[in-house]
Design a protein around this ligand. Structure first.
Ligand code: OFO
Length: 168
């Protein structure tokens, strides 16, 4: 059985993961209309992944005798200036999500809920991966600068990231 504090914190994380999915969907749409098909595919895949993260938490809360909540979501930004700005936003968002997961781990320990603590380790590992991936992408973008040919290759390259993560 989940304590009220854990149930509340897990439901807050459900909202954060659902909002992450919306944020990346908005990024997919922006990239697609800019003609960046590879980036768009990557963002569509990220958006799907975030929905999976949300559902995993959702099912866990009910499985442990809590009640998962479907809440109102904040509308994401829909304009990103440049693809570099967009990936910077993605990186910063992942850092924010990692902090939120860390807070959850803290609450699980305070509540002596070792099952939830164990469950959350998957998210801890996932966040390490997602932050590392975003950092690698930003490094590539810095290398390209404003070069058009570089952007073309990058747009092609980034599809690989989405494919690698989908088979993991
Ligand atoms: Fe849910 O992993 Fe990104 O945010």
């Amino acid at each position: 059985m989940l304590s009220t504090a854990i149930e509340k914190a897990l439901n807050k994380q459900i909202t954060i993961e659902a909002e992450s999915s919306q944020i990346y969907l908005a990024m997919a749409s922006w990239a697609e209309v800019q003609g960046l098909g590879g980036v768009a595919e990557f963002m569509y895949a990220q958006s799907d992944e975030e929905r999976e993260h949300m559902l995993k938490l959702f099912r866990y809360v009910n499985e442990r005798g809590g009640h998962s909540q479907v809440s109102k979501l904040s509308a994401p930004d829909t304009e990103f200036g440049s693809f570099k700005d967009m990936f910077t936003t993605l990186f910063e968002h992942e850092v924010f999500v990692s902090q939120s997961i860390n807070n959850l781990v803290d609450i699980a320990l305070t509540e002596k809920d070792y099952a939830t603590h164990n469950f959350l380790q998957w998210y801890v590992a996932e966040q390490i991966e997602e932050e590392a991936q975003a950092r690698t992408i930003l490094d590539k973008i810095k290398l390209i600068g404003n070069e058009k040919s570089g952007l073309y290759l990058f747009d092609n390259d980034i599809k690989q990231f989405a494919m690698v993560r989908n088979v993991q």
